[in-house]
Design a protein around this ligand. Structure first.
Ligand SMILES: [Zn+2]
Length: 811
């Protein structure tokens, strides 16, 4: 799963690393669910009631005792109306006794069953996801399992869709199962839907049958076992775009019809990813097909349902958005890699989610490195590491047997930190051993479950190394090292030697064992040493015939750590000269900028766009910002750079410079295919000719997303008049659900203060409430004060009628 925060960053408290006040959970050990019965096969026959948002289900569930004989069975079935529970004997059925509390069903079997004795139960039930209650009393929005989107077609211009979201234990809101990750079952699923819709589920579509009542029944079959949380159904008016098959297996994309022209551009690297990961892992893509579908109002970022990944709408990007780079590709990679790590070998318990999520996270690095180069991957690695450090999750173990809520384990530790740990592990054992170990883990545990210990054993078997220390430190422990690194070159009585002191300053007192490479640069020659940092304070000596230009500790830049590296100016100049890694160059650039050194301009010639954009941004606040040579270089980037982000950064720089001679550059940029370049261009034109701002904003409004959209919206909301109300209302309403939209709401509020027509103001308030109500309930505490302040201001300036209207709608 990719969390929603990747695209719409409403962060929860847990994701910020805060702990809930009730701490009784700290005493509860959350191991894997004890197994009494094993799922074997699930056969479902479902149809949908769009008026009531109900699912009518018939289910045949085959199980067997796990080991000990048993005469009863505990099943998950959330918020259902149960009509029939029976034992299937050939063609006849025997009713069974059961109790049901709205969450779980306890079934008494007709006799004792022993190990390997299969039995099949039959259920007739109604699933009512919209009537589900959470622990409190409010209807829940985030674990309904089954979601009806615009089911009665009441919302104009919004498609009618159905999709499901199982992880963690929500599929038992629409199917009766043992909803735990340590269960696996094969699957047959018949969906009866209005004939105009297409369906998607796990496995292969085996047959379709038209019914007399205008419906069609699609029969999907999944021959290989997988966990209940990976079951999926999707129904809607989708275009199905077929890509090149992977080894004869269908690779397809289910998108809304107006998105069909872009599907291959957004998802089209999927076959190459399947090939790349199959080769690297030595385990071929294991399932019968691979489909990806985009769902409206999806509650998470993306989900790796076996053979049928579901993405949120952020996946949709047009050609101009793609000109700035495919922002969704790492998510596409992440979910695909889960087909091995998560779906083929599944975490045994939510406590061990690292064996799913840390791998999916790290696959983003692997793909970036292969497809876009090491700089690109290293920049992503750095961003993800910062994401973990900023989350303040120092005290959480990676394998976490104690948690408040099972959803809490989907955080920056399981994802970002876990991915960085795999990066260190790969560096430590070497590439060949890393992939051989992954192959070993996957082959040994396929169609079964895994926990972190099995991963360790797989690595130990391949490498011959005992890796308890690594697992104890990173998997079963918390925190990360904070390193203070110092250098001495003139050691009394030790000519020709240099000294490096590494101190671990983390407050926890925990001492980390850190194998790293140290590169020593003397007279332009590099010598590599492999050392292990393993004490609170370590001192290393290196032979240096003359004073070294630079000693690079953690030379491969793999450590998950915060560093205070006491290098000199000369060291940083050498680091820029010799350093090959993204972080070598980024750090040197940061140092040049901080110390106002002219070397900052060297970044403008770097091969990687992110170094270039960093340099451009830092030069803007440096003493060299008006240097003619610097300006000329930035002008060249603005006009000619191959990378749209670099061009946009350079144009934004020239906008700030304010010289009217750049106007032709802005006028050309505003028509660039990239929204970020066009947005910068528009900013430039408006800065030169502010009187044209509103006319230009209206001209470009028809196709304005990304940075261009932001600039257009800024102008329209600031300068638009009452006559522009309909357009501004549409712009606001169409802006995607995100943190940024909260800021847009404030601007919209200011605009409404200028409007006099009360019906328009009410419409504007309605627009805001549509957004506010689309924000998941758990985040409303964070945003409601902002909405209240906006509404108060509008009410204050417009009087009683509006005040009463606000009181009526804002609850
Ligand atoms: Zn994931």
């Amino acid at each position: 799963m990719v969390l929603a925060l990747a695209a719409s960053p409403f962060l929860s408290q847990a994701q910020f690393g805060e702990e809930p006040k009730d701490t009784t959970w700290k005493r509860i050990f959350r191991g894997s669910e004890p197994k009494v019965n094993d799922l074997v096969h699930t056969k479902l026959d479902v149809r949908f009631d769009y008026d009531k948002s109900y699912l009518y289900g018939k289910e045949w569930l085959t199980l067997k005792p796990t080991f000990y004989p048993t005469d009863s069975l505990l099943l998950d079935a959330k918020g259902m109306e149960i009509k029939e529970v029976a034992l299937v004997n050939g063609t006849s059925k025997t009713p069974l006794k059961y109790t049901y509390d709205g969450q779980q069903m306890k079934v008494k079997l007709n006799r004792l069953y022993s190990k390997d004795e299969k039995y099949t139960l039959y259920f007739d039930y109604v699933s009512k996801p919209d009537e589900l209650k959470a622990e409190g009393s409010a209807a829940i929005t985030d674990a309904k399992g089954l979601y009806f989107i615009n089911p009665k077609g009441e919302v104009k211009d919004k498609p009618t869709q159905i999709w499901t979201q199982g992880e963690t234990e929500a599929n038992s809101a629409w199917m009766i199962t043992i909803d735990k990750p340590n269960q696996k079952t094969t699957q047959e699923l018949s969906m009866t839907v209005p004939a105009k819709y297409v369906t998607l589920s796990n496995g292969l579509l085996k047959s379709q049958k038209k019914n007399a009542d205008g419906t069609r029944t699609d029969y999907w079959k999944m021959d290989l076992p997988h966990a209940p949380y990976l079951f999926f159904m999707g129904v809607g008016d989708f275009a199905v775009i077929k890509d090149k098959p992977y080894k004869g297996k269908e690779v397809s994309y289910y998108v809304e019809k107006n998105q069909a022209p872009y599907a291959l551009k957004v998802f089209g690297n999927t076959p190459e990813m399947m090939q790349f990961f199959s080769n690297k892992l030595g385990v071929d893509y294991p399932w019968a097909k691979y489909a990806q579908i985009v769902g409206r109002d999806y509650v998470s970022g993306a989900m790796e349902n076996t053979t049928a990944t579901l993405h949120q709408e952020s996946a949709y990007q047009n050609n101009r958005e793609l000109a700035d780079g495919n922002d969704w590709e790492e998510t596409i990679v992440h979910e695909l890699f889960h087909q091995w790590f998560g779906d083929l070998v599944t975490t045994e318990s939510w406590s061990n989610i690292t064996v799913n999520e840390s791998f999916a996270n790290y696959s983003e690095y692997l793909w970036d490195e292969y497809k876009y180069g090491k700089d690109f991957a290293d920049a992503h690695n750095y961003d993800d590491m910062q994401g973990y450090i900023m989350s303040g999750s120092d005290k959480k173990d990676l394998v976490r047997y104690h948690y408040h809520n099972k959803e809490d384990v989907f955080d920056a530790v399981s994802y970002n930190k876990g991915g960085r740990i795999l990066h260190m592990l790969r560096n430590f054992v070497g590439d060949e051993a890393f992939y051989a170990s992954l192959k070993n883990y996957l082959s040994t545990n396929k169609f079964k479950t895994g926990e972190a210990a099995q991963l360790r054993l797989a690595f130990e078997e391949v490498t011959g190394k005992d890796l308890n220390w690594f697992w104890n430190q990173w998997y079963y422990g918390s925190g990360h090292p904070k390193l203070k690194i110092s250098y001495n070159y003139d050691l009394p009585g030790m000519p020709g030697m240099s000294e490096v002191i590494v101190e671990q300053t983390q407050k926890s007192g925990k001492v980390f064992i850190l194998p790293v490479a140290v590169d020593v640069y003397v007279d332009g020659n590099k010598s590599r040493y492999n050392v292990t940092i393993d004490a609170q304070s370590d001192t290393f000596y290196f032979a240096t015939p003359t004073k070294p230009e630079w000693i690079s500790v953690d030379a491969d830049r793999i450590l998950l750590a915060e560093k205070t590296d006491n290098k000199s100016e000369a060291n940083y100049i050498a680091q820029w000269k010799y350093g090959k890694n993204y972080l070598d160059r980024k750090e040197a650039l940061d140092y040049f900028a901080k110390n106002n050194m002219p070397e900052i301009a060297k970044g403008l010639k770097d091969k990687f766009y992110r170094i270039k954009t960093t340099a451009i941004q830092k030069i803007a606040s440096s003493p060299y910002k008006a240097d003619p040579v610097v300006l000329e270089e930035i002008e060249t980037i603005a006009k000619k750079d191959n990378n749209a982000r670099a061009r946009a950064a350079a144009i934004n720089y020239l906008v700030k410079n304010g010289d009217k001679k750049y106007l032709p550059i802005f006028e050309s940029a505003v028509n660039d295919s990239s929204y970020s370049v066009a947005g910068a261009g528009l900013k430039g034109i408006v800065a030169s000719k502010p009187e044209n701002a509103l006319t230009l904003a209206k001209k470009y409004a028809a196709d304005a997303k990304g940075d261009l959209g932001k600039e257009v919206n800024r102008i329209l909301l600031a300068e638009g008049s009452e006559a522009d109300f309909d357009m501004i209302s549409a712009i606001y309403s169409n802006a995607p659900l995100s943190q940024e939209k909260v800021e847009l709401t404030e601007k919209y509020g200011k605009f409404l203060e200028k409007v006099t027509d009360l019906s328009k103001i009410k419409k504007g308030i309605d627009d805001m409430m549509v957004f506010r109500n689309a924000i998941p309930a758990q985040y409303r505490n964070f945003v409601d004060p902002t909405f209240k302040a906006i509404f108060d201001k509008i009410s204050a300036s417009k009087g009683k009628e509006i005040e009463e209207y606000v009181n009526k709608v804002f609850k």
